[in-house]
Design a protein. Structure first.
Length: 223
């Protein structure tokens, strides 16, 4: 039976650490730390905005997180350099396993959607640049309802937009907070544990599938 797959974008399909090479030119050996702090703050801002019902689009969270990280680490970045980094954030690379995994699932007849906090135009540019936009029926953005993951309203919105049911849908994400949000509306979930250093939150709930690579997803249904 064909399933509907909601693929998280940042950190699941797209490698946000891909910005590190550009950061190397600006902050040298602090690039990895800067990239990690920037990503953490970006997510924190989206969580806080969602809780406060004070929505701004994800690109604003990304820009403000960049400003905060530069100040916190005392690594000044010029306005011109910041604009370059934010533009490059729209051209981050896909993880190596992504193209093959998407083609396998699409060839098997499953329905694939990109599902993200990002702005629709940013996601179009990002997925197109990564060479994977063609794999998806559509892009579903939280911007359409002005809140952020893991607000349960976001996942209900996905199900409505994709004309899918929770018991016939899989949320695929590397982010435990995202998967817990999907579980809140009874979606099935697949955690892509891209590093052994990543751990699932001890909330007495576990994803339906735990995988180390996206290419294991189709194998899980063939097996």
């Amino acid at each position: 039976m064909p399933l509907t797959f909601a693929f998280d974008v940042y950190g699941t399909l797209i490698d946000t650490a891909g910005i590190t090479q550009s950061l190397n030119r600006l902050v040298g050996d602090q690039a990895s730390l800067f990239s990690s702090r920037w990503r953490d703050k970006q997510l924190e801002y989206s969580f806080r905005r969602g809780l406060m019902r004070d929505y701004v689009d994800f690109s604003v969270c990304t820009r403000q997180a960049l400003q905060y990280t530069a100040a916190q680490l005392e690594l000044p970045i010029s306005d011109a350099a910041a604009r370059t980094l934010l533009d490059e954030y729209r051209r981050l690379p896909a993880f190596p396993d992504v193209p093959t995994a998407l083609e396998q699932l699409k060839s098997a007849g499953h329905r694939l959607y990109a599902f993200s906090n990002g702005l629709p135009d940013d996601l179009e540019a990002l997925l197109d640049s990564a060479g994977i936009r063609h794999a998806f029926i559509d892009i579903v953005s939280v911007h359409e309802i002005r809140t952020f993951k893991p607000d349960p309203a976001v996942y209900r919105h996905f199900l409505a937009r994709s004309s899918a049911t929770a018991d016939n849908s899989y949320l695929v994400s590397s982010n435990p907070f995202d998967l817990l949000g999907g579980m809140a509306v009874s979606m099935r979930t697949a955690w892509i544990r891209r590093s052994s250093a990543n751990h699932f939150d001890p909330w007495d709930r576990q994803p339906n599938l735990t995988l180390t690579s996206l290419t294991e997803l189709q194998q899980a249904f063939n097996g």
